[in-house]
Structures are given as structure tokens and as C-alpha cells.
Design a protein. Structure first.
Length: 542
């Protein structure tokens, strides 16, 4: 009876244990399912990812406070130093300058008066462009190159058209580290740059004039609209007295800036994004070069068993004499020369003493993988400027398709930069210059232009070069024939002038009976030179 009762308790305990194990297993399964369950969340914002990735905090400041004036000066100096000393940074900026502007940046005026348009174009492109520099003799095209380079390297640049000081119609430039914040105490008491604002005075709301707001060289009103710019001839000043600052109204000056957010007062450099990569590569390359120079200078080392004694002998002291405290003459060691072996090798022979060992250094510098790694990092740095691999590394791909793809990707950025120059600088400065010239009667034979001429300005820029001119020509011919393009798109805004020049040249060639293909059919038969009978020639119609 007792045995049955004991067995009953044992069975009951085993059942309870099995039930408990089942509950524990169910809990574990539920926990695993919950861990693997897909939740509606952003993985990059999970706090657990902080150790894996860069951690950020919610922004509460505008871009001008994130990149303060002091940090801006540091970034300007850093990027300038990279362009001064690093060939890769220099080549990136040079590619932008040459391909975006080159020797062009020519104005075209498309008004109904062709003679006036040609006179204005000739004055702007030939006369004014050569003397537009207020401080020296840089050409307008060189200004355009420097401007796009400064925007890419430093973020922004300020330009003024001098119709307010010397009134000579020339351009003055200030770089990014010359814009300055005016001393707060001086700014509060000035009366020239103010706006009306309703403020409480003696318990009543009254209109009163208060100073405009100013920050980092930008003067703006309470609505955030830019009114003027503050500059100084000095560089790197975070604050300056009002007496040392020149304030330029927006009507005569304009800041050309590279922005990537709304409501930015100042521009942000493209090069600062790539500077970390460029700096790392610059330092690594320097170390690789130094290691390679060392490897080229040293071959190996000789390890001597009695190195200390030999050092004493080279100094003119005999080790035995030093021990005996009595100076003696050092004895010369007779060396055996193997003249026949030396004659056979035709080179230098070194004779090691007994116990000496010669160890050849195993230099593996520069690293065999360094070029591919540098090219990889350079490609990333160039990508921040919109340059594909071929332009970032200045290395043409052997594949036509791959190289053409690099060109198409890069020139999309170049065309965008050209339009940037047009919208932010060229259109503005050309209108200012032509208006000034009309007032000063500086354009021979032109005293006025048709209404709306300001919107009839276009520009000639470099175009993507041809890899295979024959394929390019056939493609353009097919586009024109099928109506997918016109001559203005292919030849540019001066297509009429090009047609006039070609017609004049063809007439001259026809008069001298030159055998050009223009005067032949596709089959090679000569065309009828009599214009009145051209319609009768069926072969010509083909």
C-alpha cells in the first residue's frame, strides 16, 4: 500500500516537471518569435545601432551655425592647402575649370536687330571681357574659371559690379574668408541699415527703426531677405569694427554660393566632403614615397660579432690599449683580394670578416596594391564633385562603352555647373555691363536695345568632346533629318552666324571651282552650278 502511494507521488511529480518544461519551452519559442518579428521601424534610427554606425542628434541649428564662421575659415584653409599640395585635389579642380568654362563663356544676344546684337557681342566678348578686372588684367573667362573653382573649393564668393565707386564698370571679388560679422555694439548704433518694426514703447506699440540683422557677412531683414553684404580687405576675421568694413548693397553685389539646403545664407564647399579621403590618401602616399626612397637608398646591413671593437678601431683607438691604459698604434688588418673573381663579375666586391653576416633588406614599398586602393579612394572623392572615375583619376578606359559612360555621367554635372554660372553670375553681370555701356555710350553705334533684351541673352560653353567623330556626325545628321533636333541645339545660339560664314565660304569655293563634296551628289556626280536649273537635275534631287 505504501509502495503504491509513493509511486503515485513520484508519477505526479514527474508530470508536473514535464508540464513545467513544456511551459519553459513555449516561453523560449515565444521569445524567439518576438525577436524575429518584423517591426515597423527604421533600423538606422535604432539606439542599438549607435555602436555600429555614426550617431547623430536631432538638428536645432541652421547650416550657418553648424558650420560656424571659425569652422568655415578652417575648412577654407584646409581645402586651399589640399589644392596647393595634393595633385589629386588639384586635378579635380582643374578638370572642373577646363571642362565647365575652358576658354569660352561667350555672350550671345538674340534680338531682332542683328547689327546691334553683333555690336553688343563684340563689345562684351572682345572689349569689356579683356578689361573687366578692377584690380589687374584677368580675362572674363579666367574669372569664370576662378569663380567655379572657388565655389567648389570654399563654398561661396562675393562679386560686385562697380557702378557705385569708381563707376568704371569692372568687377571686384571677395573670397569666402573676407566676409565678416560687424561688431555688435557698432551695429546697434548705425542708422544706415535699418527697418521699421512695431515694438512696445512706454506701454504702447509704436513703429520704430531697428538695425537689420547680420550674420557671417550677410545683412538681412526680419523676414530673412538678404539686403547687403559686409566685407573687409583682411582675411580670417570673425568680427570687425564698422569703420573697417565695406557694406555692399544687393543691387551692386551678389554672393555666388553652393547650397544644398533651403534658406542657406552661405554656401558649403564640395571639397570639404571629400577632404577626409583626400587627406588620408595624401598622408599615405607621402609615407609610401618616403619608404620607397629609403628602400632605394639601402640594400642591407652587416652584423658583426665584434662590432664594438671595430667601431673603436675606426675612431683611431686600439681596444687593447684602452684596456691597458697605454696608447698604442692600431694594427691594420690585411685583407685578401680576389682579383680574378672581381674581374669576372665586373662589379664591386665586399669581403666580410669572420663572424660577419650580411642581411639584405626585404623592402616591399611602395605596396603593390597601393595604386588600386588610391584609385578607389580618388574615385569616391571625385564623385562628390560629380566626376566619374575616368575624370577623377585622369585615366581613360580601354572600353569605348565604359569610357563613354564615364563621359556622359560627368558631363551631366558639367552642364549643370554651366547653367549654374549662367543663372547666378553671367546673366546678372552681362545685364549690368550692357546697361552701364548704354549709359556711357561705350558701344559704337548702339544707344538702345529693344524692350526685353535682358531675357534674350544666351551663352556659349564647352561641349562634351567626341570619342568617334564619324559616329557623332552620323547621329547628329539623323537627329536633324528626323526632326529630333535643330541647328540651334547642335551649333549653339550663334547658329545664324555659323550659317552665314559657311554660305560665304561655299560661294567663294564655288567661284573658284574647288572640288568639294558640297558640290557633288551622293553618287559623286557634280551638281548643276546654275541655281536657276537646279530643279531640273533629277540626280541632284536624290
Amino acid at each position: 500500500m505504501a509502495t503504491k502511494t509513493l509511486q503515485k507521488h513520484i508519477d505526479k511529480r514527474e508530470a508536473l516537471r514535464a508540464e513545467l518544461d513544456g511551459l519553459i519551452l513555449e516561453r523560449k519559442i515565444a521569445r524567439v518569435k518576438k525577436a524575429n518579428e518584423v517591426m515597423g521601424n527604421y533600423d538606422a534610427l535604432e539606439s542599438s545601432s549607435g555602436k555600429k554606425r555614426r550617431s547623430v542628434s536631432p538638428e536645432a541649428k541652421p547650416e550657418e551655425d553648424i558650420l560656424s564662421l571659425y569652422k568655415r575659415f578652417k575648412s577654407v584653409s584646409l581645402c586651399r592647402d589640399l589644392e596647393r599640395n595634393m595633385s589629386a585635389a588639384k586635378s579635380i579642380i582643374k578638370q572642373v575649370k577646363i571642362n565647365v568654362v575652358g576658354t569660352l563663356g561667350k555672350l550671345r544676344l538674340n534680338v531682332n536687330n542683328p547689327e546691334a546684337a553683333r555690336a553688343v557681342e563684340k563689345w562684351f566678348n572682345s572689349s569689356w571681357a579683356k578689361v573687366c578686372d578692377s584690380r589687374d588684367d584677368l580675362h572674363f573667362s579666367e574669372f569664370l574659371q576662378l569663380l567655379i573653382a572657388a565655389v567648389k573649393r570654399e563654398g561661396d564668393v562675393l562679386v560686385a559690379f562697380d557702378d557705385f565707386d569708381l563707376d568704371d564698370g569692372k568687377l571686384i571679388f571677395w573670397e569666402a574668408d573676407q566676409l565678416v560679422t560687424i561688431d555688435a555694439n557698432d551695429w546697434k548704433v548705425q542708422k544706415d541699415w535699418t527697418e521699421e518694426k512695431i515694438v512696445p514703447v512706454s506701454g504702447k506699440m509704436k513703429k520704430t527703426k531697428v538695425p537689420l540683422q547680420q550674420k557671417d557677412g550677410i545683412i538681412f531683414n526680419s523676414k530673412g531677405r538678404v539686403m547687403a553684404y559686409a566685407v573687409t580687405s583682411k582675411r580670417g576675421l570673425q568680427s570687425a569694427k564698422l569703420a573697417d568694413v565695406t557694406i555692399l548693397p544687393k543691387t551692386s553685389a551678389r554672393i555666388i554660393k553652393n547650397v544644398w539646403r533651403f534658406n542657406q545664407l552661405r554656401g558649403i564647399s564640395d571639397m570639404i566632403t571629400a577632404s577626409a579621403d583626400l587627406e588620408d590618401i595624401y598622408e599615405m602616399r607621402t609615407k609610401e614615397l618616403q619608404s620607397a626612397k629609403l628602400a632605394a637608398s639601402m640594400a642591407g646591413a652587416v652584423t658583426s660579432a665584434d662590432g664594438m671593437e671595430r667601431a673603436l678601431l675606426r675612431s683611431g683607438n686600439d681596444p687593447e690599449a684602452l684596456l691597458d691604459e697605454s696608447p698604442t698604434e692600431s694594427t691594420a688588418v690585411e685583407k685578401r683580394n680576389y682579383e680574378n673573381l672581381e674581374s669576372l663579375t665586373g662589379g664591386y666586391m665586399e669581403y666580410l670578416e669572420e663572424g660577419d653576416k650580411f642581411e639584405i633588406f626585404n623592402f616591399d614599398r611602395p605596396n603593390v596594391n597601393v595604386q588600386s586602393f588610391f584609385d578607389f579612394v580618388h574615385s569616391g572623392a571625385g564623385a562628390s564633385f560629380g566626376l566619374a572615375k575616368a575624370y577623377a583619376n585622369l585615366c581613360a578606359n580601354s572600353s569605348y562603352t565604359a569610357f563613354r559612360g564615364d563621359m556622359l555621367m560627368t558631363w551631366a554635372s558639367f552642364y549643370n555647373d554651366q547653367k549654374f554660372l549662367e543663372r547666378h553670375f553671367c546673366d546678372w553681370v552681362s545685364v549690368k555691363a550692357i546697361q552701364w555701356a548704354l549709359e556711357k555710350k561705350a558701344i559704337p553705334g548702339v544707344f538702345s536695345l529693344p524692350d526685353g533684351w535682358e531675357s534674350q541673352i544666351s551663352w556659349t560653353w564647352p561641349k562634351m568632346p567626341q570619342i568617334d567623330p564619324e559616329k557623332e556626325t552620323r547621329a547628329k545628321s539623323a537627329q536633324i533629318k528626323d526632326g529630333f533636333a535643330d541647328y540651334a541645339e547642335i551649333l549653339g545660339p550663334n547658329w545664324r552666324e555659323i550659317f552665314d560664314a559657311v554660305a560665304e565660304q561655299l560661294d567663294y569655293a564655288r567661284a573658284h571651282k574647288l572640288p568639294f563634296s558640297h558640290f557633288e551628289t551622293r553618287a559623286g556626280a557634280p551638281l548643276n552650278q546654275n541655281n536657276n536649273n537646279q530643279g531640273d537635275n533629277k540626280d541632284e534631287q536624290n
